[in-house]
Design a binder for this molecule. Structure first.
Ligand code: NAP
Ligand code: MG
Length: 499
């Protein structure tokens, strides 16, 4: 049994990380370095190189070469699966170290970070099976003189840009599937949370991934990220982050028409009917908005509740939110930790001010929490919210929940769909007809019935409307990184066109 220390300590000095190209870690050398402070403590923890345009070109060239010479895509699925399974085992061995660095750079509670890394092991294990089962199609019904085959081929060099909210989890919802397809990778993590992406590159190399198949460049989004999305030798881009930068990716992709996968923002409804198990629903709604301090693209940030129980239910949710343990991310007992960036902290607090100014009623929270260092915000609930208010429309990406009442099923569905986003939704009811009606008619790529924020490697992720394009994970996730080729095979003597 693993013995977990109740409260971990900060590192004595910041750790230096290199980026990763062609199977080797590259130290920062004379490059500029970004120093990251733990958002939970305000203490420097890591130092990350700022890659140059030449570094990016080298990384893309390594990925290109590794793809073109078929050192990975040319292996049989069983051999690719063996590397992914070995990587899963190595992640398990380094689970504590990865979780620690995730917590240091992101500010999430250590218990949660451990669980997320555990989930990532499952992603690799599941994707290893997909490396073997990926297949195309055949047409044996085209007449005696024709046979048709549809093959799936890897797209090529894939750029992966990930955000800071789940640096390792979001990476692992993509990398094993991309590798299962036979593609090669250049990943660019958020500058503020790069450590665990670099660790994954080392792990894959140790697991036997050929050099050049997984490369990591580090630096800011506006410099190295922008250069990656514009790169003419990158065949596909998987971008996860804000809708604004997603739109930017669409424009940048026009250079070489690279294929795009986009997972963007959400303003996700939690629809609660009077006939729900309200105790369960209150717990789920509190979890849905406070987990990861609401810094989830799938956070349930709009509580759409049947008017007959609205007053009662709002109090039940407030009571739950007030009991959540906000604390030091390195403490095992902590349920929600720090806000990851200063900018995000400012954004969340400015929305709390806007909510007050717009006339919403603050029920609980609404203030920072002083932990003697770092940045913390109490889970916040606003009542008397209307659909026009900015706190009801904009993705806040923080622990701020708004309550909007409804009277009929149709009205609940209309309110739920009254957003440019369509990432996720939850419904709470014990009535099967209502549950199914809402599930069918609310526009969202992920749906939860009497639960929220659950998931695993099997079911795909992605959004409707302005929440993105394409799907990650599951067999669908592997297929995204392939393209189809139709092969027509003539059997026997050709009937001549020119006599
Ligand atoms: P963001 O700016 O979209 O950042 C996401 C990723 O894109 C990071 O790796 C970032 O790098 C990179 N990036 C930024 N500008 C880029 C550019 N011009 N070209 C290429 N890459 C670029 O998101 P954010 O500023 O971190 O967070 C702001 C908002 O994004 C949040 O409030 C939330 O709405 C949304 N968000 C959504 C998710 C999600 O899971 N769907 C996750 C995080 C944030 P750097 O971080 O190094 O600049
Ligand atoms: Mg940004």
């Amino acid at each position: 049994m693993t013995q977990h220390v109740k409260k971990l300590s900060l590192p004595s000095k910041p750790r230096d990380f290199g980026f990763f190209v062609d199977g080797k870690s590259v130290p920062s050398g004379d490059r500029e370095v970004f120093e990251r402070s733990s958002p939970g403590h305000g203490v420097p923890v890591s130092r990350i190189p700022k890659c140059t345009a030449q570094d990016l070109d080298r990384a893309v060239a390594a990925a290109r070469q590794a793809f073109d010479d078929r050192r990975w895509s040319g292996l049989n699925g069983a051999d690719r699966a063996a590397v992914l399974l070995k990587a899963a085992e190595l992640i398990r061995q380094r689970q504590e170290e990865i979780a620690y660095w995730e917590t240091l750079e992101n500010g999430k509670p250590i218990s949660q970070a451990r669980a997320e890394v555990g989930g990532c092991i499952g992603m690799f294990e599941y994707a290893s099976g997909l490396a073997r089962s990926l297949h195309g199609d055949s047409f044996n019904n085209l007449g005696d003189s024709m046979f048709g085959i549809v093959t799936r081929e890897p797209v090529g060099v894939v750029g992966i840009i990930t955000p800071w909210n789940f640096p390792f989890l979001i990476l692992c919802e993509r990398v094993p599937y991309v590798l299962a397809s036979g593609c090669t990778i250049v990943a660019k993590p958020s500058e503020v949370t790069s450590a665990t992406t670099i660790m994954l590159a080392e792990i894959l190399s140790e697991a036997g991934l050929p050099d050049g198949v997984m490369n990591v460049v580090t630096g800011s989004g506006s410099s190295i990220g922008q250069a990656l999305i514009e790169h003419m030798d990158v065949d596909m881009l998987s971008f996860t982050g804000s809708t604004a930068v997603g739109r930017h990716c669409v424009k940048a992709a026009a250079g070489n028409f690279k294929k795009l996968g986009l997972e963007l923002g959400g303003k996700n409804p939690q629809i609660v009917f009077a006939d729900a198990d309200l105790e369960d629903a209150a717990d789920g709604v509190a979890f849905g908005i406070a987990f990861n301090t609401g810094q989830c693209c799938v956070s349930g940030s709009r509580l759409i509740v049947e008017r007959s129980v609205a007053d009662k239910f709002e109090k039940m949710v407030a009571a739950k939110l007030e009991k959540i343990i906000v604390g030091d991310p390195l403490d095992e007992a902590t349920q929600i930790g720090a806000i990851t960036t200063d900018a995000q902290n400012t954004t969340i607090m400015s929305y709390i001010d806007k909510g007050r100014d717009e006339g919403a009623r603050l029920i609980t929270g609404g203030a920072t929490v002083d932990m003697g260092g770092g940045q913390y915000i109490a889970p916040t609930l606003f009542g008397d919210v209307t659909s026009e208010m900015s706190i009801a429309r904009d993705e806040i990406f923080g622990p701020v929940l708004v309550v909007i009442p409804f009277d009929t099923v149709d009205e609940a569905i209309t309110i739920a769909n009254d957003t440019v986003y369509g990432l996720a939704a939850s419904v709470w009811t014990k009535n099967i007809d209502k549950a199914l009606m809402v599930t069918r008619r609310v526009q969202a790529g992920r749906f939860w019935v009497n639960t929220t924020l659950s998931g695993g490697p099997e079911l795909p992720l992605g959004g409707f409307k302005q929440s993105g394009w394409g799907r990650e994970a599951g067999k669908y996730g592997v297929e995204e990184y392939t393209q189809l080729k139709s092969v027509h095979i003539e059997i026997g003597k050709r009937s001549h066109w020119v006599e």
